[in-house]
Design a protein around this ligand. Sequence first.
Ligand code: SF4
Ligand code: SF4
Length: 437
Amino acid sequence: MAHDYEQMWKDLGLDLAAHDALLQVLGKGYEDIFLSQSDRPQGMDYFNFVMSEVHGLRIKELMEEKKAGRKVIGSYCVFVPEEIVRATDSTLVGLCAGADFATEEVERLLPRNTCSLIKSAFGFKLGKVCPYVESSDMIVGENTCDGKKKSYEILDTLVPNLYVMDLPQMKSNEGHALLKGEYFRFKEAIEGLTGVTIDATRLRKGIEIVNNKRKAIHRLSELRRADPVPIFGLDALLINQVSFYDDPIRFTESVNKICDELEVRVREGKGGCPQGTPRILLSGCPMVVPNWKLPWIIEQSGAVIVGEESCVGERGIRNLTDDSGAALDELMEAIVDRYFKIDCAVFTPNPDRLEHVKQMYADYRGNGVIHYGLQFCQPYQIESLPVEKVLEESGIPTLRVDTDYSMEDVEQIKTRVEAFVERIGMSTCSACHFSLS
Ligand code: SF4
Ligand code: SF4
């Protein structure tokens, strides 16, 4: 199959040998982590297929869209409003990467103590292995953490089409005004790129498509509240990860289809993992493909992940955009209001996130929280201390895990996670506060 796409990858400027090596490692990792699980819902077949074609068929589709005059916009953050992109019939794709690549070359441009997410994005560009970066007509960087903000100055020298969006750091009126100004500027840039003028009808359509995607993931999340949980956390995470690549309408249909299947599982009280399995809420930095290390360790340790308080998870899709406005400005305002609620740790202060972690713990009937911080991620690592303090004070068992994309610390994390799961497993039995809804 790879043979069919070789010319396409060549045309995109990929390094075929390096790309081939990457796909082999990814394929093996996927097989070991995902395909070895038992009792997966049948609906996961679709997501297996998407993953097997994530650099193949999906890129071919994007190429066809481009041939038809449509644009591809790449982004590194859930603050980039997909509604505006969809309003021009363009496609938004995620460019973050979850594996180390071309580390030596990266460390010639960035300090070693830069978080893996940033280094990996650079590694995929420098190593010429990411067809999404190469297909993007515009790459949107955003001023969130210092690492990203400063590294975009360097990325600008590596790509011809970087657009930088400024973002607020405080939830103040001034912050809201800044975001509004930036979203209007972004709308104009997208209009300029595509030659499409966004009117209220187009924007409402864009909002509808993106809201439907969010609603489908909300439905999936609701189902994960059941005990037994009808789907393992790894699979649910994968679905969230796929949402950043797939065609949004097809993705929404596929998520709703798997939810139909999971509803039957919940009604019958079977499938997924055994009743009483310790339930973990994962909180912290986003996990993008193929960053599956920690979830894999958690579920190998006899627990199940019931929710992700993350941008690849609930933080990214929590709120819908109000589409009731009649005029373009009202709809734009609704988009600003919706995104301004995102509780990323780059905001200071950031009390909403603490409340959301507690709320999710209760909603998903958790037994413990594991906070995941990427090494050298100041916003989330610093915030993990108050998160842990507040949760432990509320009687919520919490484990902080700081790690990166390497596999060197797997055994050490495993030992800590196993001890944590054992601790919460014991309290789960005595508290016995779960019953089938
Ligand atoms: S964690 Fe913050 S910077 Fe990262 S994707 Fe989410 S909103 Fe953007
Ligand atoms: S993980 Fe942290 S340091 Fe890395 S890009 Fe995201 S917010 Fe920035």
